[in-house]
Write a protein of this length. Structure first.
Length: 276
């Protein structure tokens, strides 16, 4: 192969390679859950790129993916309560970047938007809320603390980022304070138990009084009924009679012998009948 043909082949190869590289540089793909920010020679495009396949100017433009799905980050907040006790709260923050704020976030804020925008404001909101309550109240009312801190954090961050939720995963107090709170809670439980026992005893006493009063009233009513109606006892005997005529069995020839009343169905012993 002569030198001119070889040079021509090399030139064609270089052109093909440049075209391939240019073709690869002129396309981009934005993954699901992301939006793209196009930067051309240092200038940011005012419109974000939606997810999917697209084209751009090769070599001088590139697309930076920004996540818009919900993200989760953790942080610690060192707070002080109203009674000047140090409280360390471990937080999990759920947030996301709205589509409309993707370009602005990239242009105006350096680094991770969580570190520069969310974390300081969430910590500030939490410190403001805990400063209004004692350490014991922070532990007991953690849901109330979370609700107030979330509302304050949303207000401080604004609409540029969406703070979806704040989870207080752990609240750490000093060992001395934890011991004091536990002792107080034990005392409160013992007091509540004593109060319950007293209430139960009072209820049982009231029930006994009511029962005794009812029985006394029933006895008085029966006594008055018998007094006013002497035949009532005979009537009750007749009502309870089973219909069998009694059999009187004498105790012997002695007039002081006791007589036994037996139902007619029971036959007296032969020896007794012989004596009669």
């Amino acid at each position: 192969m002569n030198p001119s043909s070889l040079a021509r082949l090399i030139g064609i190869g270089i052109v093909i390679l440049v075209l391939i590289v240019a073709a690869s540089q002129s396309t981009y793909v934005v993954e699901p859950g992301f939006r793209g920010v196009q930067v051309t020679l240092g200038k940011v495009s005012p419109e974000f790129k939606p997810e999917g396949f697209g084209t751009k100017t090769p070599f001088i433009a590139h697309v930076i993916p920004i996540p818009v799905r919900q993200l989760t980050r953790e942080l610690n907040a060192e707070c002080y309560s109203a009674d000047l006790q140090q409280v360390t709260i471990h937080i999990r923050v759920l947030y996301r970047i709205p589509e409309a704020a993707v370009v602005r976030i990239y242009q105006d804020y350096a680094g991770d938007p969580f570190d520069t925008l969310i974390a300081p404001r969430v910590q500030e909101a939490l410190k403001e809320v805990t400063a209004m309550q004692s350490a014991e109240q922070i532990v007991k009312h953690r849901e109330e603390v979370k609700t107030k801190a979330l509302a304050s954090a949303k207000e401080k961050v604004g609409s540029i980022l969406m703070v979806e939720d704040v989870v207080l995963e752990n609240i750490t107090l000093s060992k001395e304070l934890e011991t004091a709170i536990e002792a107080k809670m034990v005392q409160e439980q013992e007091a509540a138990k004593s109060h319950f026992v007293q209430q139960k005893a009072q209820i049982e006493a009231d029930t006994a009084i009511i029962r005794a009063t009812g029985e006394a009233k029933a006895i008085r009513i029966r006594a008055e009924a018998i007094r006013d109606n002497p035949g009532l006892i005979q009537l009750q005997i007749v009502e309870k009679w089973d219909g069998k005529a009694p059999l009187v069995v004498g105790g012997g020839s002695d007039s002081n012998g006791a007589n036994i009343l037996l139902p007619i169905g029971i036959t007296a012993p032969a020896s007794t009948a012989t004596r009669k």
